[in-house]
Design a protein around this ligand. Structure first.
Ligand SMILES: Cc1ncc(COP(=O)(O)O)c(C=O)c1O
Length: 420
C-alpha cells in the first residue's frame, strides 16, 4: 500500500478517519473519496520545503477541479494554474483570488484570453509568437490596462517519466527555446498592451529527482538574466511549474525539501518571486477510488478480477501506464495471494486498473480500494459506453460530504435531441 491518508482499523481501510466500507455502503460504487486534511498537509509540506522563498503555490486545477477541493486550497491561500476558460470559471467560483491565477496552455483562444484579462489574473504564460500576438491584440481591444505575461520556456530537459507526460524536451509541443524566448520578451517589452512580468517552465509529471528541475531552473534564470541585460526588463517572478512526483506503491516520491534547498540557493539575491504549480503532489494520495468486484474470471491462464470501475473512472493505467496500488478494503487476512489483472466493465481490451498484481483473491461483492487516485482520476473520467460518472465525497474533520453527486440517466443525455 502506498503512503498517505489510509489507515487500517480492525482490518478495514479508513480515509480521513472514515470507514471506506461504510462510505461505499452509503454512497454506492464506483466512488471517489478525498481526505481534505491530507491536501492541506501536502500544501504545508510543499510550503515548508521552499519556506525561505515564501512561494506562491498555484494549484494545478487540471489534477482535480472539484469546486470543494479548489475552495479548500483557495482558503489556505493557494492560487491556481489554469489551462482553459472552464478552469478559470471554476477557480473564480471557488474563491481563488485572480491575482494568484496563472494561465498556461498552447492553445488559448481569444475568448479565453479576454476572460482572463477581464478577471485580472496574475499572468498568461505564452507558448508561441502567434499566441503572444493574439494576446497583444486582445489586450489592446479591452478596457483593462493590458495583459501581464511570461514566456513558457522549453529548456530541452528530458525527464524520466512516461513520454505522454514529458513536456520539457525540445520536440515537445510546449514552450519556446531560450533564444526565441528572449526575442519574445524583446517584442513584448515594445508592445503597449503587454507587460512581461515572469518566466515559466514545466517539465512534465511524476518527476522524482531534483536534477531535471534544477537544470530547467538554470536555463530559465539564464533567460531572465539575458532579458534584464539585453532587453532592459527586470522580471518579477520565476514559475518552476509542477510535476513533483509522489509515491505510487512501486516508486518513492520526490524529496521536495532537497529540491527546495537547492532552488533557494539559486534564487538567493535574485529578487524573483517563486511560483510553483503542483497538481498531483497536493491531491494525488489524498484520494482513492472505491470499486466493487463484480466477477472473478479465469481465462487463457490468467485471472481477471472484474470491477464496477474501469477506464471511464480512472484512465491513467490504460492511457499512460499510471501505476496505482490496489488493496482490499476489508482484509480478512485469509486467502493466498494470486496474480491477477483488475479490469473494468468497459468494452475495450485496454480497460484495466492494474495488471499482474498479487492480491488475496477477492470474492464477488468485495470492495477494492485504488490508491493515489486523487489526481487525474475524476478529472479524466468520461461517459464512454454511456456510463455515468461517479460521485465524489470529501472527508473533512471526520465529516463526509458528497461534493459531486453521481450522474443520473438524465445527465447522460442532457443537451441531446431524439429527432433533430
Ligand atoms: C503547465 C502545468 N503546470 C502544472 C502541472 C501539474 O503537474 P502535476 O500534477 O504533475 O504536478 C501540469 C500538468 O500537466 C501542467 O501542464
Amino acid at each position: 500500500m502506498g503512503a498517505g491518508v489510509l489507515t487500517r482499523v480492525g482490518g478495514t481501510l479508513r480515509c480521513g478517519g472514515r470507514c471506506l466500507a461504510e462510505l461505499a455502503g452509503d454512497h454506492d460504487t464506483p466512488l471517489y473519496v478525498y481526505d481534505g486534511g491530507r491536501v492541506l498537509e501536502r500544501l504545508a509540506t510543499l510550503r515548508a520545503a521552499f519556506a525561505p522563498l515564501t512561494p506562491l503555490v498555484a494549484y494545478s486545477v487540471k489534477a482535480n477541479p472539484n469546486l470543494a477541493l479548489l475552495g479548500l486550497v483557495a482558503d489556505a491561500g493557494a492560487g491556481a494554474d489554469i489551462v482553459s476558460g472552464g478552469e478559470l470559471y471554476r477557480a473564480l467560483r471557488a474563491g481563488v483570488q485572480p491575482q494568484r491565477i496563472v494561465f498556461a496552455g498552447v492553445g488559448k483562444t481569444r475568448e479565453e484570453m479576454r476572460l482572463g484579462i477581464e478577471a485580472g489574473i496574475k499572468s498568461f504564460h505564452v507558448e508561441s509568437e502567434q499566441e503572444m500576438d493574439a494576446l497583444g491584440e486582445v489586450a489592446r481591444s479591452g478596457s483593462a490596462a493590458g495583459a501581464a505575461m511570461g514566456v513558457r520556456v522549453n529548456p530541452d530537459v528530458s525527464s524520466p517519466t512516461h513520454e505522454y507526460t514529458r513536456t520539457g524536451h525540445a520536440a515537445a509541443k510546449f514552450g519556446v527555446p531560450p533564444d526565441h524566448a528572449v526575442e519574445l520578451y524583446r517584442r513584448a517589452s515594445a508592445h503597449p498592451f503587454l507587460r512581461p512580468v515572469g518566466i515559466n517552465v514545466h517539465l512534465g509529471s511524476q518527476i522524482r529527482t531534483p536534477e531535471p528541475f534544477l537544470h530547467a531552473l538554470d536555463v530559465v534564470l539564464d533567460v531572465a538574466d539575458r532579458v534584464r541585460r539585453d532587453v532592459g526588463v527586470r522580471l518579477e517572478y520565476v514559475d518552476l511549474g509542477g510535476g513533483f512526483g509522489i509515491a505510487d506503491g512501486e516508486a518513492g516520491e520526490l524529496d521536495v525539501a532537497a529540491l527546495g534547498r537547492e532552488v533557494a540557493a539559486r534564487l538567493d539575491g535574485c529578487g524573483l518571486e517563486l511560483l510553483l504549480e503542483p497538481g498531483r503532489f497536493l491531491v494525488g494520495d489524498a484520494g482513492v477510488l472505491l470499486t466493487r468486484v463484480l466477477y472473478v474470471k479465469r481465462a487463457g491462464g490468467k485471472t481477471f478480477v472484474v470491477t464496477d470501475a474501469g477506464m471511464t473512472e480512472l484512465i491513467r493505467p490504460s492511457h499512460y501506464g499510471g501505476v496505482h496500488a490496489v488493496s482490499l478494503v476489508r482484509d480478512e487476512g485469509t486467502g493466498a495471494l494470486e496474480r491477477v489483472d483488475v479490469v473494468g466493465p468497459v468494452c475495450e481490451q485496454g480497460d484495466f486498473l492494474a495488471q499482474d498484481r498479487l492480491l488475496p483473491l477477492p470474492a464477488p461483492g468485495a470492495l477494492l480500494c485504488v490508491h493515489q487516485a486523487g489526481a487525474y482520476g475524476f478529472a479524466m473520467a468520461s461517459n464512454y459506453n454511456s456510463r455515468r460518472r461517479p460521485a465524489e465525497v470529501l472527508v473533512r474533520d471526520g465529516d463526509a460530504r458528497v461534493v459531486r453527486r453521481r450522474e443520473s440517466w438524465e445527465d447522460l443525455v442532457r443537451g441531446e435531441v431524439v429527432d433533430a
